[in-house]
Design a binder for this molecule. Structure first.
Ligand code: COA
Ligand code: AMP
Length: 633
């Protein structure tokens, strides 16, 4: 084994400024930065602060300047609707610069916020890039969120414009966006100026002029516009993610660091070169979609695939192999849950043999723990390396991975491999000392974080500092726990806050509890994520009723489930709410969620010494058995 990875990693940690200055030479700057890292106001670090650039220029124009305008930039494939299309870099630039002109005509200026609430269609990507072109800050909201969540994002971002579509398509169901948006706009205290709506073919909805305008109409009167010069530390986007309470956190991304880091990752982590065909089967509403459907592959000059479908059911468990074969995809990036879904439907991989996967070289998994069974299943059938890597919305790119473009490392099943150059990862124990190899603790990253990570939270510097940078002085707290072994491999074991991971979607149990508590019959409740073979985790709600409630338990459960669907959205996958007599608590009144979760998962647990009444645990066990959550043993 060579020392290539080791040497590069060492350089990135010992001389981050030199390391990232070199990487910054690979992107287009209107004005190259001379100041690489400003540490004067820690933990608010600034990368490339005097650099001037533009995200859209680096995603599109640069490739045309370099003579690659005829290369395919985007392939859209929608097995749900049967639609397919391709856009070269030149064609995409034309559409983006026209839509940028349209936004400008609607009064959108540099720094204004634009909410994008759209399905997986090219117009969503065009809208994101058009914002970048004119210096507006986009905030994409995942289509599986309900009006309430959309309203809170409108309010927090104080968006000027909201861009949406007439509908999205889920297997067996049309998602009508307009009523959801109307409700959100009504609920939000902040009032948007305009709604731009893309009418999907054969699914047009009525618009109320002048506030609601169709995409075609705004584009018809627009002229193409050029990229605006942006300061490196201006914000590219806000992406809201679950926090420990119901109020989502607005993760922001600054422009220069984002371009430099993401472009660097394509070769170094994923071994992807210009012109390669790359596919990230995620959704543009999530960080993986932002970074690896849209930005990184376009910065690198690749062809990126936008897939409006599911791993199973659109139409079958061969959907992924069809895309890989049809477009000669070199690497795929998705969540383990997608592969578990395929494995469940097609355990022997019969669909795989129907397609030509000869151009396929590697599979990357992230978003949740990749179980060794699924990794081995995929390796055996696909005959390519399957790489588990670990990252977060906060960082926008992998903290740990097998860096296949630098040096291929051996796989240790269950580990997300080693820290990527730029990240000095440590484990800190409960006594606040650094752990030795194999000792468990909180996973932290020594500050400063590398470029492309979040420089702050939207309008919430204090929350950024207190939440992430204060528990361990000089470190970023990831809220993941685990250990690092003697070879430097990182093992992610669990979250240390109330965040759960449902089918690769990040959810806050606290936010679901807030919704349940609003039910008039609910006195108190606990929501926890229990292990699920397909989705990794599933939320279940345990509900204690107020005295004297006359409604039957089944009705109350049904109403609670509906409330979560209405207030958070179908993505919460909240389908189990059980009425119980009492919740186990400590003597000081803290609900013992961890212990309940262990009982539900049927794993060993210790009786908490501070428990108020140990008998409650037996009651809970009986309730879980009665509701088929736990098998009777
Ligand atoms: N718009 C509206 N609703 C959506 C949606 C969207 N964009 N995405 C999901 N939903 C809905 C689903 O239709 C489902 O609704 P239902 O309760 O009416 O059935 C609900 O949200 C739960 O969705 P999900 O948890 O995704 O379950 P599923 O059974 O529909 O699909 C998988 C399961 C594994 C196929 C799917 O979760 C998947 O492909 N996951 C990959 C995850 C991913 O890309 N993560 C990003 C990080 S890499
Ligand atoms: P998100 O911000 O939605 O990307 O979710 C980030 C969280 O997902 C992390 O903090 C982890 O808890 C989890 N996660 C992401 N990737 C992995 C992985 N490879 N292994 C284990 N957990 C992961």
């Amino acid at each position: 084994m060579s020392n290539k990875f080791k040497d590069l990693y060492k350089k990135s940690i010992e001389n981050p400024e030199i390391f990232w200055q070199e990487a910054s030479k690979d992107i287009f700057w209107f004005k190259e930065p001379t100041k690489i890292l400003n540490k004067s106001n820690a933990p608010f670090y600034k990368w490339f602060e005097d650099g001037v650039t533009n995200t859209c220029y680096n995603a599109l124009d640069i490739h045309i300047d370099q003579g690659n305008g005829k290369r395919t930039a985007l392939i859209y494939d929608s097995p749900i609707t049967g639609n397919k299309s391709k856009f070269t870099y030149e064609e995409l630039k034309l559409k983006v610069s026209r839509f940028g002109g349209a936004l400008k005509n609607q009064g959108v200026k540099k720094g204004d916020r634009v909410i994008i609430y759209m399905p997986m269609i090219p117009e969503a990507v065009i809208a994101m890039l058009a914002c970048a072109r004119i210096g507006a800050i986009h905030s994409v909201v995942f289509g599986g969120f309900a009006s309430n969540e959309l309203a809170s994002r409108i309010d927090d971002s104080k968006a000027k414009i909201l861009i949406t579509a007439s509908c999205g398509f889920e297997p067996g169901r049309t998602v009508e966006y307009k009523p959801l948006v109307d409700e959100a706009v009504k609920q939000a205290t902040h009032k948007i100026d305009k709604m731009i709506l893309f009418q999907r073919p054969n699914h047009e909805v009525k618009l109320n002029a002048p506030k609601e305008i169709s995409w075609d109409e705004v584009v018809a009167n627009a002229i193409e516009i050029d990229c605006v010069e942006m300061n490196s530390n201006d914000f590219a986007y806000i992406l809201y993610t679950s926090g420990t309470t119901g109020t989502p956190k607005g993760i922001v991304r600054d422009i220069g660091g984002h371009i430099v880091a993401l472009k660097w990752t394509m070769k170094n982590i994923y071994n992807i070169n210009e012109g390669d065909i790359w596919w990230s089967a995620s959704d543009i509403g999530w960080i993986v979609g932002h970074s690896y459907i849209v930005y990184a592959p376009l910065f690198k000059g690749c062809t990126t695939v936008l897939f409006e479908g599911k791993p199973v059911g659109t139409p079958d468990a061969g959907a992924f192999w069809k895309i890989i074969s049809d477009y000669k995809v070199k690497s795929l990036f998705t969540a383990p849950t997608a592969f578990r879904a395929i494995k469940k439907e097609d355990p022997e991989g019969k669909f795989i043999s129907k397609y030509d996967l000869s151009k396929f070289e590697s599979l990357f998994l992230a978003g949740e723990r990749a179980d060794p069974d699924t990794i081995k299943w995929a390796e055996n059938l696909l005959k390519v390396p399957v790489i588990d890597h670990w990252w977060q919305t906060e960082t926008s790119w992998a903290i740990s991975s097998n860096c296949t473009g630098i040096e291929m490392m051996k796989t240790k099943y269950g580990s997300a491999c080693k820290a990527v150059p730029g990240y000095d990862v440590k484990i800190i124990k409960s006594d606040k000392t650094i752990a030795k190899p194999n000792e468990m603790g909180d996973i932290v990253v020594k500050l400063p974080l590398p470029p492309g990570t979040f420089p702050t939270l939207w309008n919430a510097d204090k929350r950024y500092k207190e939440n992430y940078m204060s528990n361990y002085e000089g470190y970023y707290q990831t809220y993941d726990a685990g250990h690092i072994d003697e070879d430097g491999y990182i093992w992610i074991m669990s979250r240390t806050d109330d965040i759960i991971n449902v089918a690769g979607h990040r959810l806050s149990t606290g936010a679901i509890e807030e919704v349940l508590s609003e039910h008039q019959s609910v006195a108190e409740c606990a929501v926890l994520g229990i292990a699920d073979k397909l989705k990794g985790q599933l939320p279940i709600g345990l509900i204690v009723l107020k005295a004297g409630v006359e409604k039957d338990n089944e009705t109350i459960s049904r109403e609670c489930i509906q409330m979560v669907r209405d207030k958070i959205g179908p993505v919460a996958a909240f389908k189990i709410a059980i009425v119980i007599k009492r919740l186990p608590k400590t003597r000081s009144g803290k609900i013992l969620r961890g212990t309940i979760r262990k009982i539900a998962d049927n794993v060993e647990y210790k009786m908490p010494p501070t428990i108020d009444d140990p008998l409650i645990l037996d009651e809970i066990k009986d309730d879980l058995i009665k509701n088929n959550i736990l098998k009777s043993v």
